[in-house]
Design a protein around this ligand. Structure first.
Ligand SMILES: NC(=O)c1ccc[n+]([C@@H]2O[C@H](COP(=O)([O-])OP(=O)(O)OC[C@H]3O[C@@H](n4cnc5c(N)ncnc54)[C@H](O)[C@@H]3O)[C@@H](O)[C@H]2O)c1
Ligand SMILES: [Fe+2]
Length: 412
């Protein structure tokens, strides 16, 4: 690891993180320890599975009153979240479980927030605007990707805003995260690829984020930048994901690859939950809104070009990333260059499309995309170099020229 992993450290995590195949069985005792009435915000696909039904049965057997809500609309339009909170109110839940991909976990976080503090959700957009604890949350991810099971953020779409908006607060960190790799086995290759590369971007951006000096006497920002506690986790996440993502996409039933991906995405979430992410995420907001493509597809397509734009100020970090990805020994410059090539290969090998044009982002829209991304200050301001219109346009132009990945049908 580079000599200076940052002068300070911050981590914010659940009280308990449980990892391992079969660990979903611990959901019932975890919930029962927190309350007698539970609302389960469940992914509609996952909720049809036998495992989900079996776990709910155990909860009922323990005497817990269970309400399952599968009303999760993709991209989480804010009206859908408000409606879910209204439905939930009648059941008076004491605990909220998120069971599914990042969308289900984020919905659970936001419903727990609305039930505790009332709406509308717009009151809480931004950082540190949640006034106190939300209902206790238990998060059970079924994709290896977002890390939302351990992070202090949830993302919604609001028709009044051009871009998705985040609610970021330490109070959104779930009380318990139960990460059972077995639950990810059903995820199709495109979901595996998009979620998995997003986890990789979380790790790389947490490791290459800017280092800032916190004002210790003031409330800390939710995302504090690169720091010495998150960096260890981020680098190990890079190693695990780089080694296993190709296999998980190509062979969805490969148990070691699925296990490593679940582990890697968890570590990446733990890292970016305090360090934050940066330019690929800021740029994905408008790219995703314009192209209507999944979050991870956009962050993955942008990452190689973001890293190239930050190459000269992040040589040491990129060299570490290269080593974690298995590039040959060499000078920091050699390993940093090899890291850039390795990241591009990974993105291409999992089938992300080549060039932003392939997902419907025309060249003449790039200045506006750059301008919108600059407005996502929490992310744009967390990079290793200052965000500027010119720099963002250069990154987008490079991502538009890219021809290194195989085209694939990805719209949804
Ligand atoms: N809160 C955070 O920290 C954070 C971080 C990154 C992204 N996000 C958000 O997470 C969302 C994306 O989450 P995601 O990538 O996990 O996708 P997702 O939750 O939107 O799910 C994608 C699709 O996969 C299906 N699915 C999920 N698990 C499955 C399984 N095991 N088997 C079969 N199908 C399955 C779902 O039904 C859905 O159709 C976005 O809204 C993004 O903004 C949140
Ligand atoms: Fe992400």
């Amino acid at each position: 690891m580079s000599d200076e992993p940052g002068p300070f450290g911050v981590l914010r995590l659940p009280d308990q993180i449980i990892f391992g195949t079969g660990s979903v069985a611990s959901l019932a005792p975890e919930v029962a320890a927190l309350g007698r009435r539970v609302l389960v915000c469940a992914d509609p696909v996952v909720a049809t599975g036998e495992t989900f039904a079996a776990v709910m049965d155990v909860l009922v057997d323990l005497g817990v009153s269970v309400t399952v809500d599968t009303g999760i609309v993709p991209e989480l339009p804010v009206d859908g979240v408000h409606a879910a909170a209204e439905r939930a109110r009648e059941a008076h839940p004491e605990v909220v479980v998120g069971f599914g991909g990042g969308s289900a976990l984020d919905q659970a976080k936001l419903v727990a927030l609305l039930l505790a503090h009332g709406g509308p959700l717009a009151r809480f957009y931004g950082e540190n605007r949640v006034p106190g604890p939300v209902l206790p949350l238990v998060a059970v991810p079924t994709t290896a990707g977002t890390g939302s099971e351990v992070t202090p953020v949830a993302v919604v779409s609001d028709p009044d805003r051009e871009l998705k908006v985040g609610v970021s607060s330490r109070h959104l960190v779930p009380r318990a995260a139960i990460v059972d790799p077995g639950l990810t086995f059903g995820a199709p290759p495109s979901v595996t690829a998009h979620a998995g590369i997003d986890a990789f971007v979380h790790a790389v951006e947490a490791y290459t984020a800017g280092t800032r000096s916190p004002e210790w006497a003031q409330e800390l920002p939710v995302f504090v930048g690169r720091n010495r506690l998150s960096s260890l986790l981020a680098l190990e996440a890079v190693r695990m994901i780089a080694t296993n993502l190709r296999t998980a996409v190509a062979d969805p039933l490969d148990e070691p690859a699925r296990t490593a991906m679940a582990h890697g995405s968890l570590l990446a979430g733990m890292a970016f939950g305090s360090a934050g992410t940066h330019f690929s995420h800021a740029l994905q907001y408008p790219v995703g809104a314009l192209s209507r493509t999944p979050h991870g597809l956009g962050t993955g397509m942008l990452l190689p070009h973001v890293l190239a734009a930050c190459r000269t100020v992040t040589t040491a970090e990129l060299a570490d990333i290269g080593t974690a990805m298995g590039v040959p020994p060499g000078s920091p410059d050699e390993r940093a260059d090899a890291a850039l090539a390795a990241v591009s290969s990974l993105v291409a090998d999992i089938g992300l499309p080549a060039g932003l044009g392939a997902i419907g982002i025309p060249k003449n829209s790039l200045p506006r995309v750059a301008e919108l991304a600059l407005g996502v200050a929490r992310l744009a301001g967390n990079g290793p170099v200052p965000p500027t219109q010119e720099r963002f346009e250069q990154i987008l132009a490079a991502a538009s020229r890219s021809t290194s990945a195989a085209p694939q049908e990805v719209r949804r």
